[in-house]
Design a binder for this molecule. Sequence first.
Ligand code: ZN
Ligand code: ZN
Length: 283
Amino acid sequence: MRIDLHTHSRASDGTDTPAELVRQAARAGLDVVAITDHDTAAGWAEAAEAADEVGIQLVRGMEISTRHGRLGVHLLAYGPDPTFPPLAAELERVLHGREARVPTMVARLRALGIDITEDDVRRAAPGAAASGRPHVADALVTLGAVPDRTAAFDRYLGWGRPAHVDRYAVPLATAIAAVTGAGGVSVVAHPWGRGGLGRPDEATFAELRDLGLSGIEVDHQDHGAAARDRLRAIARNLGLVVTGSSDYHGEGKTDHDLGCNTTDPDELERLLELTSSRAAGTA
Ligand SMILES: [Zn+2]
Ligand SMILES: [Zn+2]
């Protein structure tokens, strides 16, 4: 039983359509795949149809951009009702904030001498719920300004780089509460990965668990062996579910092939039990 709980489609910054993503997952030998686009459920319906066709189990998820103090935290949410008003309102704010910063990033890049326009960015985001920073990165690649998306972040768009623009992120406690209220469960994505503003420690995870957090994404390409061991121990100490996943983006990210990390079936079962008990209003 092979389970991958974190993947992106073109509904955010992946390069596969939701249907292609699901077919690729089946081809890669996965039994279960979660679609977890950034801050949107826009790919769910198409992915569900494809999952029925190819006979793979689909978990409906999303990856919410949140902030906890000075920490930038990606929060995976599984099974929430995206129309639950408090959740829908926050997702709308994030999507709007993401789109609103594109003109500022473009202006800063132009000031740095790069001939990029907002149209270039829109062309790099076919089918996306909102164009954002990864699409600016892709436009820079297309224009030949950088060799790949990673270089675009390292040179221009990442935290502290000259074209970086801050944007709205949901306060983490608000996000966890909204996901729980919407009948879903929350898992912190790649907590010790790149791109964040720091590393949450065990005390922070304990705080988050008390707010309703259910799990930690331990097995992720951004985590080395020592980080995985330490995070697994923290999860065990705190009774949190351990997940593993690829964070697949199609051709948008190298070294993140479908199934390169997987989740133990027992851990998925724990997550799904929490989801169904919430949906039934018993937790
Ligand atoms: Zn992430
Ligand atoms: Zn992701």
